[in-house]
Design a protein around this ligand. Structure first.
Ligand code: ISL
Length: 556
C-alpha cells in the first residue's frame, strides 16, 4: 500500500488526466488554429470520456516561436486562442462538469518579447538586467560551450542599446527567443509566485511545470565535458538550489491552495525524481519523467527498444517512487511521437488493437494516468514527406546542426519517427474535411487517416479505441486495486507478453505483437471468472491473440 503521510489521500492520485495542446484541438473561428472556445465546445466529449483533470498546454500571449512555450505576457490569453472571457467560460464549463484544470507554468524562460526582457536587454544598468542571465564573452566567443536544445549555442550576443562594447551574451537553453530567467534573483521568483496566484485565484487547480529542474543553474556556468554535451539536460537539471526554490514556491504559493503540481523532469534520473515527489519534502506532487518515452532516442536519432527493457523501466520507476512518491503514467505528449506508432503497431490492420493494449497499459499501471489528446482514438504519426512538412523549430534547429555530416534522407527518417509534430497534427473529430478540426487551412496538415480514425465514427462503435478507453477509465474509477494497489511484474523477461499484478485482486496481461501468445498462469493463482478483454483461458494458460489484452480478477 502507498503510505501517504498526508491526512487524506490527495485527489490527484485517483485522477485521470487529459492533455490538451490547444493549437491542435478544435478551431472555431476558421483561422486554422485551435482555440479556447473549441475546448469549451468539446467538454461533453471529455466528460463522456471520463477524465478528471485537463492539463492545458500554454494558452498565454506568445509570438509562437515555440508554439506558446515562449510567453510574452503571463496574464494574457494568446489572441489566436481567444480572450480571457473565453478562458473563464472554458474553466466554468469544466468546473460544472467536475473537471479540474491545470495549466502549463513555463518559467525557466520567457519570450524575448516579454516586457522584462525588452527592458533587460537595454543595458547593464537596467533594473531588469538580472531578470535574465547575461555574461561577458570569453576569447571572442560565448561564455561557455553550452548547446541549445533547438540547435546552435545556448548563448546569443546582444549589443543592447549602448555601444557594441556594452553588449553581453544571454543564456537560452532552448531558442534564442526563449531567454532563461534568473531564478537567483528573488525579484524573479516573486514575479513567478505572483503570476501563479493570479491563475490560482481564477480557479485553476495547479500546474504542469515546464523543464522546472532547469531553473537552478550550475555555479560559475563551467564548460560541459564532451560526454555532458551529448545530453546536457542531466547537467542543467542538477543545479544546487532547485529543491530550495521548489520548497519556497510551495511555502509562498502552493500550500495556500488545493493544487496538483507536475514537474517536467527533463534530465532527472529515477533516483533523483524521488526527492522531487517525496510528499514529506513538500516540493512537487508528480513528475513527468522521460525514461520510457525517450528509451529509444539518442539526441535526434531513433535507436531501438525491447519489451523486457520497457518492463524493467516500469519496475525501476515504480520502486524509485517509494512509499512517499507517486508516478505519472503516460506514453506520449506534445513532445513525443504518437504512442501507437512508437510502442504499438500503426499498420491499419493492427492499429486499433495495439492502441487498446497501450491505453490498457497506461490505465492499469500504478500512478496517475495522463492521456494525450487523440490517444483515446488511436491517432498515429503523420506521413511526413519532406522536412518542409514540419513546423517545429526543434526539427529545423537540429537539422542545421547536423546537415554537414548527415544526409537529409537519414535525418528525415529519424524526424519522421520521433518528431514532435507527429503528436501536434490536428485532432481528428470526423472523416470530413480537415477531420472536422477547422473550416480554414490547418496550421499543420491533418493526418489523411482521419477517414478511418476519428471521434465521430468511434463514438458510434462499441469496439472502438474510444469505447475501450472510456470503459477502462470507468473500470479504474471503481477499482481500489488499480488506484492504490501495489505493482509487480510477473514475467520481466518474456519478449512479447507484459503481465503484472495490481493489488491483491487483479492481473493484467498484454500481448505486444501480432502472433498469438500462450502465457502460463502462475501456479498459485486462482482465477475468478473469465478474463475482461480479448484473451481466453485454456486450462492453466492465458491465450492472448495478436495485440490481445486481459484483465483477470484473481482470488487474493
Ligand atoms: O527533448 C527535448 C529537447 O530536445 C524537447 O522535446 C523538449 O524541449 C523537452 O522535452 C522540454 O520540453 C518542454 O520545454 C520546451 C518546449 O519546446 C516543450 O514543448 C516543453 O514540453 C521549451 O519550453
Amino acid at each position: 500500500m502507498n503510505a501517504d503521510p498526508i491526512a487524506q489521500r490527495p485527489w490527484w492520485k485517483d485522477a485521470v488526466v487529459y492533455q490538451i495542446y490547444p493549437r491542435s484541438f478544435l478551431d472555431t473561428d476558421g483561422d486554422g488554429v485551435g482555440d479556447l472556445p473549441g475546448i469549451t465546445a468539446r467538454l461533453d466529449y471529455l466528460q463522456a470520456l471520463g477524465v478528471d483533470v485537463v492539463w492545458l498546454s500554454p494558452h498565454f500571449d506568445s509570438p509562437n516561436a515555440d508554439n506558446g512555450y515562449d510567453i510574452r505576457d503571463y496574464r494574457k490569453v494568446m489572441a489566436q486562442f481567444g480572450t480571457m472571457a473565453d478562458f473563464d467560460a472554458m474553466l466554468a464549463g469544466m468546473t460544472a462538469r467536475g473537471i479540474r484544470l491545470i495549466i502549463d507554468l513555463v518559467v525557466n524562460h520567457s519570450s524575448d518579447e516579454h516586457a522584462w526582457f525588452v527592458e533587460s536587454r537595454k543595458g547593464r544598468d537596467n533594473p531588469y538586467r538580472d531578470y535574465y542571465i547575461w555574461r561577458d564573452g570569453k576569447e571572442g566567443g560565448p561564455p561557455n560551450n553550452y548547446g541549445a536544445f533547438f540547435g546552435g549555442p545556448a548563448w546569443t550576443f546582444d549589443p543592447g542599446e549602448g555601444d557594441e562594447a556594452s553588449g553581453q551574451y544571454y543564456l537560452h537553453y532552448f531558442a534564442a527567443k526563449q531567454p532563461d530567467l534568473n531564478w537567483e534573483n528573488p525579484k524573479v521568483r516573486g514575479e513567478v509566485y505572483d503570476l501563479m496566484r493570479f491563475w490560482l485565484d481564477k480557479g485553476v487547480s495547479g500546474f504542469r511545470m515546464d523543464v522546472i529542474p532547469f531553473i537552478s543553474k550550475q555555479p560559475g556556468l563551467p564548460d560541459l565535458t564532451p560526454r555532458e554535451r551529448r545530453a546536457p539536460q542531466f547537467v542543467y537539471a542538477a543545479g544546487p538550489r532547485l529543491h530550495e526554490y521548489l520548497r519556497e514556491m510551495r511555502r509562498e504559493v502552493l500550500d495556500h491552495y488545493d493544487t496538483m503540481t507536475v514537474g517536467e523532469a527533463f534530465g532527472v534520473r529515477p533516483d533523483q525524481a524521488r526527492d522531487l515527489i517525496d510528499s514529506r519534502r513538500r516540493e512537487l506532487d508528480l513528475v513527468i519523467n522521460f525514461d520510457i518515452v525517450r528509451m529509444d532516442i539518442d539526441g535526434w536519432r531513433k535507436t531501438s527498444w525491447t519489451l523486457p527493457r520497457l518492463k524493467a523501466l516500469y519496475t525501476e520507476l515504480d520502486q524509485a517512487a517509494g512509499p512517499f512518491g507517486w508516478n505519472t503514467q503516460f506514453l506520449s505528449n506534445h513532445d513525443n511521437p504518437r504512442s501507437v506508432s512508437h510502442f504499438g503497431d500503426d499498420d491499419p490492420d493492427w492499429v486499433e488493437q495495439s492502441a487498446k493494449v497501450l491505453n490498457t497499459l497506461i490505465l492499469t499501471q500504478r500512478g496517475t494516468p495522463f492521456l494525450y489528446q487523440g490517444e483515446e482514438l488511436g491517432m498515429t504519426n503523420y506521413p511526413f514527406a519532406t522536412l518542409d512538412d514540419f513546423d517545429d523549430l526543434e526539427v529545423a534547429g537540429r537539422w542545421r546542426d547536423v546537415k554537414h555530416r548527415v544526409s537529409e534522407e537519414e535525418y528525415l527518417a529519424n524526424a519522421r519517427a520521433m518528431g514532435r509534430d507527429n503528436s501536434r497534427t490536428p485532432m481528428q473529430w470526423t472523416s470530413g474535411p480537415n477531420g472536422g478540426f477547422t473550416t480554414g487551412k490547418p496550421w499543420l496538415a491533418v493526418n489523411p487517416n482521419t477517414a478511418a480514425i476519428n471521434a465521430e465514427d468511434e463514438a458510434a462503435r462499441p469496439d472502438s479505441v474510444l469505447a475501450h478507453t472510456r470503459a477502462l477509465i470507468a473500470f479504474r474509477r471503481g477499482s481500489t486495486d488499480l488506484k492504490e494497489g501495489d505493482y509487480r511484474d510477473l514475467d520481466p523477461e518474456h519478449p512479447r507478453v507484459f503481465a503484472y499484478r495490481r493489488g491483491a485482486g487483479l492481473l493484467v496481461a498484454l500481448n505486444f505483437g501480432r502472433e498469438t501468445a500462450r502465457w502460463p498462469l502462475p501456479e498459485d493463482l486462482a482465477v475468478d471468472g473469465p478474463a475482461f478483454g480479448t484473451a481466453e483461458i485454456d486450462g492453466r494458460d492465458l491465450v492472448l491473440p495478436g495485440w490481445g489484452w486481459a484483465i483477470l480478477r484473481v482470488r487474493p
